[in-house]
Design a protein around this ligand. Structure first.
Ligand code: GLN
Length: 486
């Protein structure tokens, strides 16, 4: 069911918003003790707002786009009066006194915030296993991870605990979990969506974006959250186009570039490769021209990212010192001891690893060899994309080299964990919009994600291609019958 279907049912009285919320709360109560997708459920708030919207609808009022639709929000987005932990012990009792721009825009559009979702601590991770509040499980197979860091948002949409969600993507944290959980996830162009009230990880890479069951719903959420925000100077003052208008337009004649060096990795699973290549063939039958091309430095993205992102993180996380807010260790005599103990107890080990790497990469004597070098490579990666977009409209690659991996499999091996971001990171380094959508299933019935990357501010074209593919592929019609589907 799409948001448009839901709206119709709400408008003709087949269902009320209160009933939608009650149904989702029921499912959360039934399923979330296993899945652990939510860190906070806003039951009272959600029911109250649903009643309010039902009354407004009954009085014949013209309601905004998302009125009465229950959505989930990643717990690194500040929500006024509602606990926001970033899945860290250091923010275990943090109740923001203000609303992030994106959640504010959703609320103004009538959406109902059903709860805050689990994630990797400070969005650092690819499996939602670094959360201080326990891991989220993949609803397709609970022995597998849902991906990360926005694993709670992806899994809650997949398990139908909400109709859509917000996540954040610094190196793949929307697209990779979307791919692992069989849902649509999109990272907009850097500067398209406000970061005001998003708890910062790596500020030059972070972007907020939607999770949904289908491309049209993702487009609607983006429509509401996109646009200039005076409170975030990195948002760009370019008009937001109507993202829904183009979805049904033919893609005849569009040029789609298959990034061939993405398909040559030894770590790329054969099921994933086959499925993504057959998605490219389907796009060809829809009239697109498929062109093979190489982005020569695509594979350098991961090394570059793991210098730049930790460097920015080490600066951003300096504010958690136990003084102004958050967790504080209380039994020390001096300020330095207090801060040091607070951080030692408050941060988990992956976050500490990032702070250490970042501090090292920025320190005098190393900054030229690491941080500056990484910035230079970043520029080259961006240039490769600029060259590619002179030849094609959209780029195509797998979202992740594999389908969802087993819980615990990579948690003690950071290098293996980092490698799952291989194919998503370059779009962040270049600031480009990219979407992941389901394109098939592997031998064990787990979903596979197709990644499409667009040129800057060309979200409309990206959504159009994704939507045309989605309609033609009917991936869920061929959904495998497995014993473990949740
Ligand atoms: N998995 C990547 C990391 O750990 C990306 C995370 C993200 O996009 N927030 O840094």
């Amino acid at each position: 069911m799409t948001f448009a279907d839901l709206r119709q049912k709400l408008n003709n009285g087949e269902v009320s918003s209160k009933e939608l919320v009650q149904e989702k709360i029921f499912r959360i109560t039934e399923l979330d003790s296993t899945l652990n997708t939510f860190l906070t459920v806003n039951k009272e708030h959600a029911l109250k707002k649903a009643e309010f919207i039902d009354n407004q609808r009954a009085s014949g009022k013209d309601l905004p786009l998302l009125s009465g639709i229950p959505l989930a929000i990643k717990d690194n987005l500040c929500t006024k009066g509602i606990k926001t932990t970033c899945a860290s012990k250091i923010l275990e009792n943090f109740v923001p006194p203000y609303e992030s721009t994106v959640t504010g825009r959703l609320l103004n559009s009538g959406a109902i915030m059903i709860g805050k979702t689990n994630m990797d601590e400070f969005a650092m991770g690819s499996s939602t296993e670094t959360s201080a509040y326990g891991p989220t499980l993949n609803p397709w197979n609970i022995t597998k991870v849902p991906g990360g860091s926005s694993g709670g948002s992806a899994a809650s949409v997949a398990a139908e605990l909400c109709f859509g969600a917000l996540g954040s993507d610094t190196g793949g944290s929307i697209r990779q979990p979307a791919s692992f959980c069989g849902v649509v996830g999109m990272k907009p162009t850097y500067g398209r969506v406000s970061r005001w009230g998003l708890i910062a990880f790596a500020s030059s890479l972070d972007q907020v974006g939607p999770f949904a069951n289908n491309v049209a719903d993702a487009a609607e959420i983006l429509q509401v959250i996109a646009g200039k925000d005076e409170l975030d100077s990195t948002t760009v003052d370019i008009p937001v186009p109507n993202y829904l208008e183009n979805l049904s337009r033919s893609i005849k004649g569009l040029k789609i570039g298959l990034i061939d060096n993405c398909f040559q990795h030894e770590g790329l699973a054969s099921d994933v490769k086959e499925s993504v290549l057959s998605a490219a063939s389907l796009l060809e039958t829809l009239g697109a021209n498929i062109v093979n091309l190489t982005c020569p430095r695509f594979n350098d993205g991961i090394a570059t990212y793991y210098i730049i992102a930790p460097s920015e993180a080490s600066a951003n996380l300096a504010r958690y010192d136990g003084v102004k807010y958050g967790f504080r260790s209380n039994d020390e005599q001096t300020l330095i001891e207090m801060t040091s103990k607070t951080r030692a107890l408050g941060f988990g080990s992956e976050v500490k690893r990032r702070i250490l790497i970042g501090t090292y990469a920025l320190s005098a004597g190393y900054v030229d060899a690491y941080y500056k070098k990484a910035q230079q490579v970043r520029t080259l990666i961006r240039k490769d994309f600029e060259d590619a977009f002179k030849k094609v409209d959209i780029l195509l690659a797998p979202t992740s080299p594999t389908t969802a991996f087993g819980s615990g499999k990579n948690i003690d091996n950071p290098m293996a964990m980092y490698l799952s971001d291989l194919l998503t990171i370059p779009a962040n380094l270049a600031g480009l919009p990219a979407i992941s959508l389901p394109c098939g299933f592997d031998k064990s019935g787990l979903p596979i994600g197709l990644q499409l990357i667009g040129n800057v501010f060309e979200e409309a074209k990206l959504l159009q291609v994704a939507s045309q593919y989605e309609n033609a592929a009917e991936v869920f019609k061929n959904r495998p019958k497995t014993d473990f589907t949740f």
